[in-house]
Design a protein around this ligand. Structure first.
Ligand code: ADP
Ligand code: AMP
Length: 214
């Protein structure tokens, strides 16, 4: 049986951190549109106008990200299911996902909303660093990278869109566009709300609990 779960939450709510744990436990693929776009940026294949939107903290056109997900979900490692992290972010994206799953006679198990107050989100994003090699996500204060990574700034990524100006734009984009997704999924009876403040492992426990609900 396939397991398809959507994690919805503002930037910094812990989608990436929790997706990695869930995918490890359930043996499903982690599909982060943000990670895919950053990889395209590193490969030099992301169109310059999309790159500019991303660096400024705006949302890319729905069609561009939907095409990415449509292709990626056909890969063999998605056959047992996947956790969607950062997609869908708008109601049109959610509608495209719904059509795509219908065509493949698949369905969503749940949409888990990670809820974190805005003040905490800014603080989390500004302190986020990512290991360029492994993709492991750190927080400079709560979950600091190991000394060997800190000593060589070339090994740690400090995302351009985690600078204060872009952080504000991204949180505003979440409030104005992504928040509309919550009533969309609530109406379908798929939305599960999780308090995502506290130790990451406690948040994971709350996610397991809502995934067991019918
Ligand atoms: P998202 O994928 O939703 O943008 P991340 O998983 O990248 O969020 O987490 C953003 C930042 O918050 C990272 O620095 C991460 O280490 C930190 N973080 C994640 N979960 C928690 C938590 N429960 N408490 C405090 N900080 C957290
Ligand atoms: P994330 O890593 O999820 O915070 O995404 C980083 C950036 O990639 C976002 O600020 C957007 O510019 C872009 N992006 C990622 N996913 C989407 C999406 N579903 N729709 C539009 N833009 C996206």
């Amino acid at each position: 049986m396939t397991m398809i779960v959507v994690l919805v939450g503002a930037p910094g709510s812990g989608k990436g951190t929790q997706s990695k744990v869930l995918c490890g436990k359930f043996g499903v693929a982690h599909l982060s549109t943000g990670d895919m776009l950053r990889q395209a940026k590193r490969d030099g294949t992301l169109e310059p106008e999309l790159l500019a939107i991303m660096d400024a903290g705006g949302l890319l056109p729905d069609g561009a990200v939907t095409a990415l997900i449509g292709r990626r979900t056909l890969d063999a490692d998605c056959s047992k299911g996947f956790v969607l992290d950062g997609y869908p972010r708008t109601v049109p994206q959610a509608e495209s996902l719904c059509s795509m799953l219908k065509e493949r006679t698949a369905e969503l198990a749940a949409v888990v909303q990670l809820d974190v107050p805005r003040g905490d989100l800014e603080e989390r994003l500004i302190h986020r660093r990512t290991d360029k090699g492994s993709g492991q996500i750190y927080h400079l204060l709560y979950n600091p990278p190991p000394a060997e990574l800190l000593q060589d700034p070339g090994l740690l990524e400090h995302r351009k869109d985690d600078q204060p100006q872009a952080v504000k734009a991204r949180l505003d984009a979440y409030d104005s566009m992504t928040a509309a997704l919550l009533p969309y999924y609530e109406k379908q009876g798929l939305l599960r709300r999780v308090d995502a403040v506290g130790k990451p492992e406690d948040v994971t426990g709350r996610i397991y609990a809502v995934l067991e609900e019918k």
